[in-house]
Design a protein around this ligand. Structure first.
Ligand code: CP
Ligand code: NVA
Length: 313
């Protein structure tokens, strides 16, 4: 079953095909004069006509929710959106039983979950493809959109580029580590002691021969970076912790840090941003920021992921 749970199981050739399709489909939604199509108009080939995606959210979402829903519409299909608390899941029906039943109604399921184990349980039992819409461990749809954004802005493939991650070793950091090891780009992680990424994810990526360095200084992390990436210091479900915020402060992405990275370096943030914490307004709203393209590219990359999952790529 072609689930989209992590990068390693999808593999490099399929990831390349997904990225190429995302670039091509985005370009195809522009007229010759450069004007964009109405956002709700289906793509000319409407490859997923008649297909339905179920989306289940255990956590809040703006980008993931709207981009998947619009993506299905543009592919000619539709989506059903719900929270886990509105389903029998919230009253104790097992994840596996839910998967079996959903497979009788819909063509694919996207889950945003507080526990990666739930995602695996769903995928193991589902007779239809399952897509990881963020877990406590990873956020591959977002990282693939980041890679698409890098290729679009720099006009070169991601292979051989150099990325710097600043701040918390969270789900986004884990997916970036995995992406670096599968798609062959360099990654420097500037992360304070005590907030490292997942050990297993890091060890597996290094065993694959990835060029990944864990450094303890923001300046060391961004030297020579083509892309500087950060994310919230407190992910969904984490309590406000003064101690953590204090440890993160030296890793804030501000104008001085971007200057150190170099004139052509771009800034990325998956959003939502906590302005004045992990990033300053000056950087997020400045010319190096690719954050808004990154958000838009969730739509384009996820359409290609859906096509791959449903055998239409
Ligand atoms: N970046 C991202 O996944 O945003 P949402 O939480 O709004 O979906
Ligand atoms: N690390 C963040 C990402 C949000 C899209 C979180 O898990 O809340």
């Amino acid at each position: 079953m072609p689930h989209f749970i992590d990068f390693a199981s999808v593999g490099k050739p399929a990831l390349r095909a997904i990225l190429d399709a995302a670039h091509a489909r985005k370009a195809a939604r522009r007229n010759a004069d450069g004007s964009a199509w109405p956002k709700g108009r289906a793509d000319a080939d409407a490859l997923l006509a008649g297909h339905v995606l179920a989306m289940i959210f255990e956590r809040p979402s703006t980008r993931t929710r709207f981009s998947f829903d619009m993506g299905m519409r543009q592919l000619g299909g539709s989506a059903i959106v719900t929270t886990s608390t509105e389903m029998q899941l919230g009253r104790g029906e097992t994840v596996a039983d839910t998967a079996r039943v959903l497979g009788r109604f819909v063509d694919a399921v996207m889950l945003r979950t507080a526990s990666h184990a739930t995602l695996i349980e769903l995928a193991d039992a589902a007779p239809v493809p399952v897509i990881n819409g963020l877990s406590d461990i990873s956020h591959p749809c977002q990282v693939l959109a980041d890679i698409m954004t890098f290729e679009e802005r720099s006009r070169r493939p991601v292979e051989g580029s150099c990325w710097a991650w600043l701040g918390d070793g969270n789900n986004m950091a884990n997916s970036l580590i995995e992406a670096a090891s599968v798609l062959n780009f360099d990654l420097r992680l500037g992360v304070p002691h005590g907030y490292d990424p997942d050990n297993g994810v890091l060890a597996t990526a290094c065993a694959r021969g990835a060029a990944i360095d864990l450094v303890r200084s923001a300046n060391d992390a961004v030297d020579c970076a083509d892309v500087v990436v950060t994310d919230t210091w407190l992910s969904m479900g984490q309590d406000h912790a003064k101690e953590k915020l204090a440890a993160m402060l030296p890793f804030q992405v501000n104008a001085a840090l971007m200057a150190r990275a170099g004139q052509d370096a771009m800034f990325m943030h998956c959003l939502p941003a906590h302005r004045g914490e992990e990033v300053t307004d000056e950087v997020l709203d400045g010319p190096a920021s690719a954050a808004w393209d990154e958000a838009e590219n969730r739509l384009h990359v996820q359409k290609a992921i859906l096509l791959w999952c449903l055998g239409a790529l």
